[in-house]
Design a protein around this ligand. Structure first.
Ligand SMILES: NC(=O)c1ccc[n+]([C@@H]2O[C@H](COP(=O)([O-])OP(=O)(O)OC[C@H]3O[C@@H](n4cnc5c(N)ncnc54)[C@H](O)[C@@H]3O)[C@@H](O)[C@H]2O)c1
Length: 382
């Protein structure tokens, strides 16, 4: 299949590009290096340097024989995205190209408007490009479990059948985000649903939980094929951050009571979920929503697991409850359904001590590069 990966330089986009070519798909990646630029502007360093796309694709081609074509440009620009679609005519589009960090979106007004303008504009452009150049193509869009918030009832996969005054109707499951970033994801879902209804597009919206990990079957720990690894408060995801904090001798920063529970997944499972979604497309006129995670943990659970894994390596890992900079429930009910991807054949890679130890052993190589002042900057929600 011809697959266009938007955001192909990113933490998830690059491993996805390698993975899909390894499975025989023809892949084009697009990125404008927004993530790298925002890191530079906020004085954030990655744990290790990652080559830009032309170099990474050349290395991947020399090792695997698979070619990935690269376009560098801003998907907010219609002329640019139209050129890419017109030349490639994709059969599936994996849309990762957004500002993905909740803390970044809460930094200040400029960061808020960048997040809003970028995320919604790219999504609208993708929808219009599909309609104009490849109306039968399947849009696979990354949403987030954070769209649902933490309701005091079970979370379904995207939809809720409501009985009201004796009548029934199926609605999008109610959404209630806890950051501006998550709010843009809700708006994306609304945009997709509107155009699926209006133009009969085919779309899959993946409500993904926080991803952890570095290693995939394709990178095999090849240094220059690894994804970005952020450990800072703004762009790092929680488990990746805790692993680096444990190695760097910085107490694990549990926000508030630490009962915040979410659905997590290994980066290997992100790739499998994307491949399964692409290989089994939504019908025309269908918005399919899958909850993309494999197991749930509280922040306290994660901290405890990282401490135990650290002990295996002789690290002395402390856990510190710090004042919560976010506005969120610290103890709550959380029971989200997640069977659709399992039904498609997902075989999860669960979080084990071995997985954590493997990550820590790798991070130890960069121990001296860990900058403590990047770890906890207290980006406040209010
Ligand atoms: N990483 C996670 O744990 C996680 C969890 C849930 C959802 N998601 C979603 O998955 C997607 C990918 O996340 P990620 O962690 O890989 O983020 P990332 O920032 O590493 O990747 C996104 C990529 O898109 C690019 N991009 C953004 N705007 C662009 C534009 N206008 N034009 C061209 N390129 C643009 C960025 O430069 C970046 O390389 C995001 O949509 C994110 O919201 C991620």
């Amino acid at each position: 299949m011809r697959i266009l990966i938007l955001g192909g330089d990113g933490y998830l986009g690059w491993p996805t590009a390698m993975h899909l070519t390894a499975y025989g798909h023809e892949v084009v990646v697009v990125d404008n290096y927004l993530r790298r630029r925002l890191c530079r502007e906020e004085n954030i360093d990655l744990l290790f340097d990652v080559p830009e796309l032309p170099e990474r694709t050349a290395i991947w081609q020399s090792l695997s024989g698979h070619k990935i074509q690269v376009y560098i440009g801003d998907l907010v620009e219609w002329d640019f995205i139209a050129e890419v679609f017109e030349k490639f005519i994709p059969e599936a589009i994996v849309h990762y190209a957004e500002q993905p960090a909740a803390p970044y979106s809460m930094l200040n007004r400029q960061a808020a408007t960048l997040t809003l303008n970028n995320n919604l504009s790219v999504t609208v452009n993708v929808i219009f490009a599909v309609r104009e150049f490849c109306p039968d193509a399947h849009i696979v869009k990354l949403g987030t479990m954070g769209e649902y918030g933490t309701p005091n009832v079970d979370i379904e996969e995207g939809w809720l059948e409501v009985k009201h005054k004796g009548r029934r109707h199926k609605f999008l499951y109610p959404r209630q985000a806890s950051s501006l970033y998550h709010t843009t994801k809700i708006m994306d879902t609304d945009l997709l649903w509107f155009y699926v209804r209006t133009w009969g597009l085919r779309a899959t919206d993946l409500m993904q939980g926080p991803v952890y990990g570095l290693f995939t079957d394709e990178n095999e720990k090849h240094e220059q094929l690894l994804p970005f690894f952020n450990y800072d408060e703004i762009f790092g995801t929680v488990l990746n951050r805790f692993v680096v904090q444990a190695v760097g001798g910085y107490p694990l920063t549990v926000y508030g009571k630490g009962g915040q529970t979410r659905g997590y997944l290994n980066i290997k499972d992100t790739l499998n979920c994307i491949r399964l979604s692409v290989d089994n497309p939504a019908d025309k006129g269908e918005l399919r929503i899958f909850n993309q995670f494999t197991e749930t943990f509280s922040v306290n659970d994660l901290a405890e697991k990282v401490r135990e894994a650290g002990n295996q390596l002789g690290l002395k890992v402390e856990i510190q409850h710090v004042a919560n900079p976010r506005i969120e429930a610290e103890e709550h009910y959380y029971h989200p359904r997640h069977t659709a991807l399992l039904d498609l054949g997902l075989a999860p890679h669960y979080l084990s001590e071995g997985v954590l130890v493997e990550m820590m052993e790798y991070v130890i190589k960069y121990k001296d590069q860990i900058k403590h002042d990047q770890i906890y900057r207290k980006v406040k929600w209010a």
